[in-house]
Design a protein around this ligand. Structure first.
Ligand code: HEC
Ligand code: HEC
Ligand code: HEC
Ligand code: HEC
Ligand code: HEC
Length: 370
């Protein structure tokens, strides 16, 4: 009985286009709810220090990041013009990249500055509905849903494709125009065991995990690249292969770098840099920006051009070469790839408190013995 009342409630709410909170989905999709809560899609202005501080440096009274970072808000325009500020009294804003918002994307319009998501209620011919993976949703008495192939193919493209700033400088470009989101879903939302919905014990016994694991997850970091080593008498050749169908650096706040040591009798007799990884340009991967006078800027919103860029394209393989002194039998070479989520130029500017943003995180480490 309780169920029928709830379904009726949800259906009516959908038809009147009422916003359904993340919390309301928990009633039935408990596992998915908790997975989602631990994901970075649940982070936004109020609980993501890096995002908030970058936004505040750009402007202390207007906020134009909401369209991707808190898209369920009804006050996006007012925040852009500065009439309204982000407010954690708003549940739509706090819900970040919300369940209801994402499951209502009906169409993605491709555009120059950034793509635009349309929700089902605004797409001609679509009744308000939630998309998912049921095959015969019309036969289901559940809240109205539709198995629209467009949903799976385009659902990540609206926010993750690309973004240009107000000077037409590309800030990030992670997806090709025709790149299929099913590919993203397969790596970032693999199936795990456990029902889709907690009351129906006989329902589907696996679901797409909603933790959206990425760079913050150790196993995912390890999956990102392959490292291999070859040597001659006095050279080290490191082959790096980006296994991902997107660039090694997507977000410009990141720094990824390779640390290389030649070890003899447990002592490092050579390293590819001394103090800062940026000393070794070929092994530090960054996307930097400059202003109209070609001066370095740490916040991409203020950029007029791209500055120094060293990145690996989707699936790119690159060989780094080093000349060293004689390599001897039993010498060990250690190669470790790290990421810093907020690179030094960015964290200095923002005075970040969260240490996980500034501390190097290991991605992958290999050792090679001569
Ligand atoms: C076109 C959509 C879009 C807009 C507009 C946008 N972002 Fe983002 N942002 C993203 C996506 C997608 C990611 C995740 C990509 C990644 O992590 O590489 C992201 C990630 C970030 C991150 C890294 C978050 C972290 O936790 O490490 C920061 C910081 C950030 N954005 C700041 C901003 C600010 C500030 C604005 C407004 C000036 C803004 N973004 C506008 C799409 C957008
Ligand atoms: C009263 C219980 C209930 C609530 C509340 C509820 N759902 Fe569902 N939902 C279900 C049931 C039951 C199914 C069908 C599961 C199955 O058959 O595998 C389902 C299926 C789905 C599907 C899969 C549809 C498909 O086509 O594959 C999606 C997506 C979904 N729900 C999203 C949501 C979202 C988002 C919310 C919160 C706004 C929500 N649900 C709230 C009960 C509920
Ligand atoms: C409404 C915009 C939007 C949509 C749609 C969207 N994302 Fe995101 N995504 C973001 C933003 C914004 C962030 C960064 C949030 C933050 O860190 O504050 C992000 C972060 C991520 C991350 C980084 C997580 C981490 O821990 O590093 C992954 C992975 C991701 N999204 C995958 C996906 C996939 C897969 C899809 C499609 C099923 C998708 N996203 C759809 C906006 C979106
Ligand atoms: C072959 C598996 C694979 C596929 C397919 C894939 N990714 Fe990733 N992605 C990863 C791995 C592994 C990481 C974490 C390591 C890293 O960021 O270097 C990652 C990281 C990310 C991040 C976080 C980057 C950051 O700096 O915060 C985002 C955002 C993201 N992926 C989005 C996408 C989108 C959108 C698609 C679809 C075009 C996609 N991914 C397809 C494997 C994949
Ligand atoms: C960034 C977009 C996004 C967000 C946010 C999101 N989902 Fe999903 N969800 C998806 C995608 C994509 C699928 C898988 C579609 C497919 O089968 O390929 C999915 C699948 C589902 C399913 C069907 C389960 C299955 O694997 O068959 C349910 C139920 C669901 N989501 C509920 C939720 C709930 C509840 C929330 C919030 C707690 C949520 N979703 C947040 C994109 C999202």
């Amino acid at each position: 009985m309780k169920k029928i009342v709830l379904f009726t409630y949800i259906l009516t709410s959908l038809l009147s286009a009422k916003y359904l909170t993340n919390e309301s989905c928990k009633e039935c999709h408990e596992d998915i709810y908790y997975e989602y809560q631990s994901s970075y899609h649940s982070k936004t202005y109020f609980n993501d220090e890096l995002h908030r501080k970058v936004a505040d440096v750009i402007s202390d009274n207007s906020y134009d990041c909401g369209i991707c970072h808190m898209p369920a808000s009804k006050k996006l325009k007012e925040m852009e013009t500065g009439e309204k500020q982000p407010s954690n009294a708003s549940i739509e804003q706090k819900d970040a990249i919300s369940c209801f918002y994402c499951h209502q994307i009906g169409y993605v319009k491709q555009a120059h500055t950034k793509n635009i998501n349309y929700r089902t209620k605004n797409v001609e011919g679509f009744k308000p509905s939630m998309f998912g993976s049921l095959k015969n949703t019309e036969e289901s008495d559940k809240h109205e849903m539709s198995n629209n192939p467009l949903y799976k193919q385009k659902v990540c493209l609206g926010c993750h494709s690309h973004k240009r700033n107000s000077h037409d400088v590309m800030i990030f470009n992670a997806m090709q125009d025709n790149q299929d989101s099913t590919e993203c879903i397969n790596c970032h939302m693999p199936y795990i065991v456990g029902g889709v919905e907690k009351m129906n014990k006989k329902g589907r016994q696996k679901h797409r995990v909603h933790t959206f694991d990425g760079i913050h997850n150790m196993q995912m970091r390890e999956e990102a690249i392959d490292i291999s080593i070859k040597t001659t008498d006095n050279t080290i050749e490191v082959t790096l292969k980006n296994k991902m169908p997107h660039p090694l650096i997507i977000h410009p706040s990141r720094l990824k770098y390779l640390k290389l040591s030649l070890i003899r009798n447990s002592e490092a007799i050579w390293e590819n840099f001394k103090n800062s990884p940026l000393e070794d340009k070929q092994a530090s991967f960054v996307v930097e920006f400059v202003d109209e006078n070609d001066k370095f800027v740490s916040i991409p919103a203020f950029a007029y051009k791209r500055g120094f860029v060293n990145n690996l394209k989707a699936k790119e393989t690159r060989i780094l070469k080093y000349e060293v002194e004689q390599i001897k039998q039993d010498d060990i070479i250690k190669a470790s790839m790290y990421v810093v989520l907020a690179k030094p130029s960015c964290s200095d500017e923002l005075n970040l408190q969260d240490k996980t943003l500034t501390k190097p995180l290991l991605m992958k480490e290999i050792t090679y013995k001569k």
